[in-house]
Design a protein around this ligand. Sequence first.
Ligand SMILES: C[S@@+](CC[C@H](N)C(=O)[O-])C[C@H]1O[C@@H](n2cnc3c(N)ncnc32)[C@H](O)[C@@H]1O
Length: 236
Amino acid sequence: MASTVIKNWDNKTWLSSQNYIQSFNNFLIKNIKINSNFKILDIGCGRGKILGSLSSKLKLKEKPLGIDIVNHKDRDKRINFKRINVLNFSLRKDQKFDLILIKQTIHLMKFGEIKKLLKFLKKSLNPKGKILIFTLDTGKNEIPTFKLMKHKLYKSLKRDKKILKIITKIYPHRIKKKFIFDVKIRKKKYLDMIKNRYISTLIPLSKKQLIQGIQEIELKYSNELRFKDKLICIIL
Ligand SMILES: C[S@@+](CC[C@H](N)C(=O)[O-])C[C@H]1O[C@@H](n2cnc3c(N)ncnc32)[C@H](O)[C@@H]1O
């Protein structure tokens, strides 16, 4: 497991906007027939806003469970939360889920860990249960970047392609879908996100590299950024 700690991913960014959360949850509901009896687990849930909103929307009878290595103070209270590394997570034999969500988290793990996790999770599903893995679209990414960030992102997406191959090898009948969200954001706000190292590719950069990158973005983009945030969704 990488030592990366991501704290500002969904900290007042488009990823925590009502619009994004609703679009994402509509995508889930469109692709999986979720009802109020569903037992849901979210691995790497962050602040748990997606899960909390889903719980309200579907009037879930049982609070969904979110797990994460970071316990945010402003975490959504509509979920049960466990602070744990999923790789050390164990379940009671009778604890099964109808939906397991892994959204933009699997890329932070080593290949061997991913294989072990997927096998363990499959055993934690009810017979008709599904695992949904979301990860950045490896092919047609539009995330605004500066030169070094683009290079790091490219490397990371190359690794993601390998992860997708591993998943397909274990589960050849997996289904692939796309979730696309239109982002409109002020450049100033996006620069704040960069400063906050919102994406894992920015975590290892030095302060100097970050400042240089911010200057590049200042020059490269107009005051309003418009792009598509594209995710691949793998259904197992
Ligand atoms: C990029 S964020 C995604 C958050 C949320 N799923 C979303 O899409 O808004 C990745 C999250 O995974 C968590 N995480 C990373 N590795 C983990 C692990 N081994 N076990 C549990 N959580 C982990 C991080 O702390 C972080 O909150």
